[in-house]
Every structure is written in structure tokens, then in C-alpha cells.
Design a protein around this ligand. Structure first.
Ligand SMILES: C[S@@+](CC[C@H](N)C(=O)[O-])C[C@H]1O[C@@H](n2cnc3c(N)ncnc32)[C@H](O)[C@@H]1O
Length: 279
């Protein structure tokens, strides 16, 4: 019987072979096209995810944000801690982080350009948000998170993963079943196998990058959403969507909501390190 870590790697490899994400073992800037999308205003009102994260922080903390991107998660929290340290190998993401930080007037945040396994950075609380799907060798990555955080590790992922948000739409319309990204079931099994017993918190908010998931759509907006998510612009797809409309969309007093996105949730997996090192 294979280990949970081997199963995690197998799911990663199947998704990679299917071309569902870039191979992050290759040292390249894989996020050049998406970096701007990940830059959100650090002074925006806090959502439920930021409120939950802030509850774990103390004013004297160094907050380590591993694969922190443009600082979407950690810059809004800079006011809650002594320092934010972002570890981010993508030059494009780092550029967006620096612009965002400087325009927001945040002076206690810096960025280090390493891949996590090469980093020497440490902190009190280590966060990694939407990163672990791309990490094939998950055990050393999590072990290093644990050993680099004096108090707590927080891993945020989506269920379904961002790459799998539209699988149900594809199944209904085309009977497609894409190879999934490694997600919550695979990661939870690995953590269990490592002897970790994390808290798993489900944050009741829709995916931030798909505002239409909250509903309130007209029929035309609903069709456009499905076409956009499929990256299709042809009449045959439009007809498919119209034929399956009631399986895809729920009608409510405020308008239509996409059924296939209604259960998407951010999941926060967190544990205290208690100064105990993992081997
Ligand atoms: C989907 S983005 C998420 C960015 C940010 N955490 C957020 O939630 O907005 C994934 C990020 O993980 C970074 N990443 C992937 N593998 C990494 C690794 N091994 N070490 C450090 N960063 C990594 C990428 O460069 C990219 O910026």
C-alpha cells in the first residue's frame, strides 16, 4: 500500500501530465500572466478569511508568508504584527508586492526571492495560501514550514481547488473529468501520516476571484459566466449551457446563482508548533 505522501505526489503528477498547471520544480517565473490579478488593496475591508487569520496573530509576531505572491493575504495583516516577511520566487509577483506595499505606505514588510526549500527565513506564524497544490514533495515542504515557525502554521487551500472549481460544470456539459489538483483529502492524509493533528476551519465565503459565485445574476450574465469559465465563445457551447440551464443555475429572489460554485470554500488548516521540531 502506498503512503499518503506518495498518493499526494501521484495526484500532483497526473494533473501535471494533463497540463493542468506548470511544473514548479522548474525555476521559472510561472506567475507572470497572473501576478496583477493577485494584487488586492491592502487597505480593503477585511473578509472572513482575513478576520480568521488575524485572530491567530500577536503584535510582536513575525508573519512569514510562504509563496506570498503579491501580498494579497499578508499585507492587510501587516498592521497586526511586528513584521511581514514574504518568501516569493516569482519576480512578477514580487514586483506587484513591492508596488502594493509602497503605495499603501506599509513599512514593516519585506520580500525574499527564494523558493521555500532554499529559504533561511523564519517567523512566529507561517502562512502559505494557495501554494501547496504545486508542491510535489509535500512532506519536506510542510516539515520546513513547521520548523520555521515558533508558534503556528496556517495552510490555506480551496475545496475544490482553484483548478477544479469548474469540474462540475465540465462534467454536466461535456462529461469531462479532469485530473484533479492535489487538495484537501490528499493533504489531510499527509498531515495525519506526519503525526500532525491540525484544526480544519472552513471559511464560509465564495472564491474572491469569481464575484459571480455570490449570485444575483441575470440570464445573460449567467450564460456569460459559464462561457467565460470554460474559456469558450462558440454557439455550440452556448446551446449546451441553455439546454442544461436549470442544472447549472439556481433561481432565487435576487437572481441566478451558479450551482457548481455554491459549495466552494476556503479551508484553513492550522496547528501550533509548540517549539517541537519535526525530523
Ligand atoms: C496561486 S499563487 C498564491 C499567491 C498568494 N499566496 C495568494 O494567496 O495570493 C501561488 C504562489 O506560490 C508560489 N510558489 C509556488 N511554489 C513555491 C515554492 N516552492 N516556494 C515558494 N513559493 C512558491 C508561486 O510563485 C506563486 O506566487
Amino acid at each position: 500500500m502506498s503512503s499518503a505522501a506518495e498518493r499526494y505526489a501521484a495526484v500532483h503528477d497526473a494533473a501535471l501530465t494533463a497540463g493542468r498547471f506548470a511544473d514548479h520544480r522548474r525555476r521559472a517565473d510561472h506567475w507572470a500572466d497572473l501576478a496583477e490579478l493577485f494584487r488586492l488593496d491592502p487597505h480593503r475591508p477585511w473578509d472572513q478569511n482575513l478576520r480568521a487569520l488575524a485572530g491567530y496573530l500577536e503584535p510582536a509576531d513575525v508573519l512569514l508568508d510562504v509563496g506570498g505572491g503579491a501580498g494579497r493575504v499578508s499585507l492587510p495583516l501587516a498592521s497586526q504584527v511586528r513584521e511581514v516577511v514574504l518568501v516569493e520566487p516569482s519576480e512578477s509577483m514580487r514586483g506587484q508586492f513591492i508596488q502594493s506595499r509602497d503605495e499603501a505606505g506599509i513599512t514593516n514588510a519585506r520580500v525574499s526571492p527564494d523558493w521555500w526549500m532554499d529559504s533561511v527565513e523564519t517567523g512566529d506564524v507561517a502562512i502559505t495560501s494557495d501554494v501547496v497544490y504545486f508542491v510535489r514533495d509535500i512532506v519536506p515542504f510542510v516539515t520546513k514550514l513547521h520548523n520555521s515557525a515558533s508558534r503556528r502554521v496556517i495552510i490555506c487551500i480551496w475545496r475544490p481547488t482553484p483548478g477544479d472549481m469548474d469540474n462540475e460544470l465540465r462534467r454536466i456539459l461535456y462529461d469531462e473529468r479532469p485530473s484533479p489538483w492535489p487538495g484537501l483529502p490528499e493533504l489531510a492524509a499527509v498531515l495525519w501520516e506526519m503525526g500532525l493533528l491540525p484544526d480544519v476551519r472552513v471559511i464560509p465565503a465564495a472564491p474572491w476571484w469569481i464575484p459571480e459565485a455570490d449570485g444575483g445574476l441575470s440570464e445573460a450574465q449567467a450564460v456569460d459566466l459559464a462561457m467565460g469559465r470554460l474559456e469558450r465563445d462558440d454557439e455550440s457551447t452556448r446551446r449546451h449551457i441553455e439546454t442544461d440551464f436549470d442544472r447549472l443555475f439556481e433561481r432565487g429572489p435576487a437572481g441566478l446563482s451558479p450551482r457548481w460554485l455554491s459549495g466552494a470554500r476556503e479551508v484553513m488548516i492550522t496547528w501550533e508548533t509548540n517549539g517541537r521540531r519535526l525530523d
